[in-house]
Design a protein around this ligand. Structure first.
Ligand code: A3P
Length: 308
């Protein structure tokens, strides 16, 4: 995988104008180059990753901030929209865009200019998240998803970016499971979350599974609202659930984000079991094996362990 450097141009759309980030500015991941840092694939910004990572760690959070963390393709955009609605107390779409609040993608100077209430996002391994979270004041939500579904979603996302035109499911499987792969996998990400929580019990984190969100969206939103400590009536939770229903959200986000958003396939199928149409039985069994091996130490693996 390419380790080539850098490309968010100086005049790229996320650069703040007059000190204020345009709420609906768009990030084009097709323009991004990636670097491998501490085993994770990370976007290369206009500053070196070795500079950016410590800046994120020391980033000054506000008490009203919410941080959404996830392994990519776990439903981040979905949850971000839910959280943005909850912190504003409205089921209307704001003209904000999730990518503008992404600690991994944006310079901290830009995130600093985002008005409160802010819902920030990060795919960074948990040990690289802002230190201030350890005070317990800022609420964290972690969304996780069946690794088989993540693999299928990742495949179609990578295909959409055109960066790996000869990618096959077989090659992706090798990238996920090979010890020699240049990047670590979702299991590694989960380990960082588990370890982080174990060593920092005061971090205020709520875990939600993509599949539980699908099964009972309004009920899950209610639980998230309780964690955030925001007032959300059953009626508002149902309205938000309705507003972020897959087809509605896809339509709204593509209206907000235009052709770029359409091409990126962040809103592809939105189903729990679409992976069954793409993974082979052997690939599925390989995941089952790893999930089983990790069940004792990783609660997220345990969640997807098949019954004996
Ligand atoms: P699929 O590719 O399986 O459809 P992320 O935002 O972390 O990149 O995750 C993307 C995945 O979340 C995609 O999965 C996408 O379709 C799904 N998704 C996005 N919005 C959703 C929604 N409103 N409801 C259910 N799934 C959604």
């Amino acid at each position: 995988m390419s380790e080539a450097r850098a490309t968010i141009a100086e005049n790229s759309p996320q650069k703040p104008e007059g000190g204020k980030l345009p709420p609906n500015s768009k990030m084009d991941p097709n323009q991004l180059e990636f670097v491998v840092y501490k085993g994770m694939m990370m976007p290369q910004l206009s500053e070196p990753i070795e500079v950016h990572v410590p800046k994120v760690k020391n980033f000054q959070l506000r008490d009203s901030d919410v941080l959404l963390c996830s392994y990519p393709k776990s439903g981040t955009h979905w949850l971000w929209r839910v959280l943005d609605m909850l912190v504003r107390g409205s089921a209307e779409y704001s003209d904000r865009f999730p990518d503008n609040a992404m600690l991994d993608l944006m310079l901290t100077e830009i995130i600093d200019k985002v008005e409160s209430p802010r819902v920030l996002i990060s795919h960074f391994p948990a040990d690289l998240l802002p230190e201030q979270l350890k005070d317990g004041g800022v609420k964290v939500v972690h969304v996780y998803r069946n690794p088989k579904a993540v693999m299928a979603s990742l495949f179609f996302q990578m295909q959409a970016t055109g960066k790996m035109p000869d990618l096959t499911f077989q090659k992706l499987e090798a990238m996920i499971f090979s010890e020699k792969a240049p990047t670590k996998n979702q299991f590694y990400y989960w380990d960082t979350v588990t370890e982080y929580e174990k060593h920092n019990p005061q971090v205020n984190i709520f875990h939600i599974a993509y599949e539980d969100m699908k099964k009972d969206t309004a009920g899950s939103i209610k639980k998230i609202a309780e964690h955030l400590g925001v007032k959300a009536s059953d009626e508002l939770c149902s309205e938000i659930a309705e507003a972020v229903n897959f087809n509605k959200q896809k339509q709204q986000e593509e209206k907000l984000g235009g052709d770029l958003q359409k091409s990126l396939k962040f809103y592809r199928k939105g189903e729990v079991a679409d992976w069954k149409n793409h993974l082979t039985v052997a690939q599925s069994e390989r995941f089952d094996q790893v999930l089983k091996e990790r069940a004792a130490t990783c609660p997220f693996s345990r969640r997807y362990c098949p019954a004996e």
